[in-house]
Write a protein that binds this ligand. Structure first.
Ligand SMILES: NC(=O)c1ccc[n+]([C@@H]2O[C@H](COP(=O)([O-])OP(=O)(O)OC[C@H]3O[C@@H](n4cnc5c(N)ncnc54)[C@H](OP(=O)(O)O)[C@@H]3O)[C@@H](O)[C@H]2O)c1
Length: 310
């Protein structure tokens, strides 16, 4: 009979986890607000887009795969009856695609209230892209860097507005040393590096946009049961372990939603959150010199034009 304790213990862990997860309790509606969610076709991004749509926001689902992007939009419209959900193609591993996305967005939308840099990947290959940037780094940091900077003018015009960067607690193990050297880092280390970049970028952007009404924060969503883990070695044990110990995508979306919606976050900028409350970022992530160094490297690698710099 001892083996009965295994499912009982797993259920208890699941219940305990449910109660300890942060939740966005704000009942603010988002009608009239325009929100971009990158990677809105799956995992945390889909759950975030769905919840924002339920609250009446106009959600722009920025995804790299037309089929997946369109299906996500259809499914969100069906579930929420909110018809103002739109797909625009965005492949963060291509600087040209990022520029095209911004052109299309600016042509079709008059404002931008919230930008959620959610898309992220790991283990996409250690080679460089056509832009000469290590692929995982481009998807997780350099692409979102260019996207955000190109959207800064419209974010300023739409102020008060918010930028939310989905990082990870793993930023604590990251470095920015030689991050664009091909084959220098394994997938896990490259992921940690890119997530440190998310927090450094967030903090530096918050400093540069101080007084403009554009708030910028980063977050750790928790350990969430999503496709992110499909390409890792733990795949075989996936279902049970991930279901028991990890958050669901909706639970993982709570801190993004809190930062996008909650009135408590008005004028909060340059902070790092987890479970819907401010949390400690690593000492490295707070290093202003490092953030400036990363900023210059990013401007150069994404070939930012002088009039696009801030
Ligand atoms: N899950 C966790 O435990 C966890 C923990 C810490 C941080 N995070 C962060 O949370 C964010 C969301 O991840 P998730 O867990 O929800 O994983 P996910 O389900 O794999 O979602 C990632 C999203 O990013 C998109 N994406 C990948 N490469 C892209 C590219 N080149 N251009 C545009 N979009 C691209 C994916 O599109 P496709 O479907 O086409 O691949 C997908 O929509 C990521 O930034 C991740 O680093 C997750």
């Amino acid at each position: 009979m001892w083996f009965l304790w295994i499912p009982v213990t797993l259920i208890l862990i699941k219940v305990l986890n449910k109660f300890s997860n942060g939740k966005c309790y704000s009942d603010n509606v988002m009608s009239g607000q325009v929100v971009i969610v990158t990677g809105a076709n799956s995992g945390i991004g889909y759950a975030t887009a769905l919840e924002l749509a339920k609250r009446g926001a106009r959600v722009i689902a920025a995804c790299r795969d037309d089929d997946k992007g369109n299906k996500a939009v259809e499914s969100i419209i069906k579930a929420t009856k909110n018809k103002s959900i739109k797909y625009i193609h965005l492949d963060l591993s291509s600087l040209e695609s990022v520029r095209k996305f911004v052109d299309t967005f600016k042509r079709t939308e008059a404002k931008l209230d919230v930008l959620i840099n959610n898309a992220g990947a790991s283990g996409m290959g250690k080679e460089k892209t056509a832009d000469g940037i290590v692929r995982d780094m481009q998807v997780n940091h350099f692409g979102p860097f260019l996207l955000t900077l190109l959207l800064v003018p419209i974010l300023k015009k739409s102020a008060p507005s918010r930028v939310i960067n989905v990082s990870s607690i793993l930023h604590k193990f990251g470095t920015i040393h030689k991050i664009n050297e091909e084959g220098k880092y394994g997938y896990l280390q490259a992921f940690c590096n890119s997530k440190l970049c998310n927090v450094l970028f967030s903090n530096e952007l918050a400093r540069r946009l101080e007084g403009t009404g554009v708030d910028v924060n980063s977050l750790h969503p928790g350990q969430v049961n999503t496709c992110l883990y499909k390409s890792t070695a733990i795949e075989k044990l996936r279902s049970l372990i991930l279901y028991t110990f990890f958050k669901s995508p909706l639970e993982g979306a709570q801190t993004s939603l809190y930062l996008a919606i909650s009135e408590e976050c008005d004028q909060i900028t340059g902070k790092y959150f987890a479970d819907c409350e401010e949390s400690n970022m690593s000492l490295k992530a707070q290093d202003e010199c490092l953030a400036k160094q990363l900023w210059s490297m990013s401007e150069e690698l994404v070939k930012l034009k002088p009039d696009e710099m801030i």
